[in-house]
Ligand binder design. Sequence first.
Ligand code: SF4
Length: 102
Amino acid sequence: MTSRRQFIQIVPAAGAALLVARTVSAQSDMVTEKDPEAVRLGYVSDANKADKAKFKNWAAGEHCANCGLFQGKPTDAAGPCPLYPGKKVSAKGWCSAYVKKA
Ligand code: SF4
């Protein structure tokens, strides 16, 4: 049987474990620059760090939040992109498949 003292010790630990699990889950939902498709398309989480020598179509001001393929809201920090199924891209990111939002 769990004593009141043990219960009081367990609850904060369980809360902390849940917080860590949520943080890890949110991070694993993000595309990383090392994902094979991200490498192929030159995805970077900061558009200003794109490989401009390799991807000549990069232009200042382009980033995921103003790309026609970005499926988040313009104010979202991250959102889905159909090129990376099941993952989110940074609103400040960029890849060579960028298309200006109509
Ligand atoms: S296609 Fe558009 S929204 Fe998707 S990663 Fe590339 S720049 Fe970002």
